[in-house]
Design a protein around this ligand. Sequence first.
Ligand code: IPM
Ligand code: MN
Length: 347
Amino acid sequence: MGHRIAVIAGDGVGKEVVPEGIKVIRSLGLPLDFEELPWGCEHHARTGRMMPEDGLATLARYDAIYLGAIGWPTVPDHVSLWECLLPIRKTFEQYVNLRPVRLPPGIRSPLAGRGSADIDMLFVRENTEGEYSGTGGRVHVGTEAELAVEVPVFTRRAVERCARYAFERARERRGRLVSVTKSNASRFAYVLWDEVVAALARDFPEVQVERVHVDAMAARMVLRPDTIDVVVGSNLFADILTDLGAAIQGSLGLAASANLSVEGRGPSMFEPVHGSAPDIAGQGRANPIGAVWSAALMLRHLGHPAEADPIERAIDAVCRDGRPLTGDLGGTASTSEVGDAIVAAAR
Ligand code: IPM
Ligand code: MN
């Protein structure tokens, strides 16, 4: 039996890049069944909701979710995200957001003198709580006395399971883990984080762990990216650092992600990092590589490494060749031309 994939192309360039990922997977002849769910901001315009009331129950029946982008100027971002993307991540306990930051061969990093041998990091972002807990409120709205509180929430359980995953990946890779916090200014949450990581480190004697504050980490990624292997960080810190990572790896259009329900309590979700990009949407100019790379992460998660590997190699081949690339990478190719080139290279 093949796997059933829920496809939420969503908004903006999501609708342009997702078909490229599906095209690449189909070209490999895998028995995957893609079912499109027309959710997102247009659904909101029609129905007042980002997804149907039973949307999460519907998604629970699939083996994975392949998502393009959520968000469009017609719906406030905090509404579109809190009614679709974030509930999916939380409900299915997709507690790891895995983001490879790797500079493909042939792509120029904005970091002078750095090539693909220098930039190969793996970010493990806590994906269910922290600064995205949704805890807080506003009172005296619209008055001089207005007050807004947004409370980051950190639980030992969530930090532990995410950090454990990061240690495991570090053990398989180059054996180095950076834990990013801000436990000098934050006296409670990130001190708990540090304690949990220190305790786990005893179970992974083969992994060398460093504690680095987020401000110093931003500089380190720019100055000494070659010293970074696996990184674990909170929801917001790793969100910010992976946009920096995407820039360092050559383009936000290349960046891939996997929202992993590690214990399989629900489907995992695979999405490019770039978002709906209203400025270029509808023009066939979006870079599909982040979406295709995310599709490769999905195949690996579903137990098809023999198909995931060739897709990643095909991405590298297309980047090395340098000809069929989109504008963000200095090329002139269209979204579907890049998809076609990956299909050809993956064969
Ligand atoms: C991402 C995005 C989301 C996030 C937004 C759209 C809520 O920036 O996936 O990185 O912050 O997680
Ligand atoms: Mn982000």
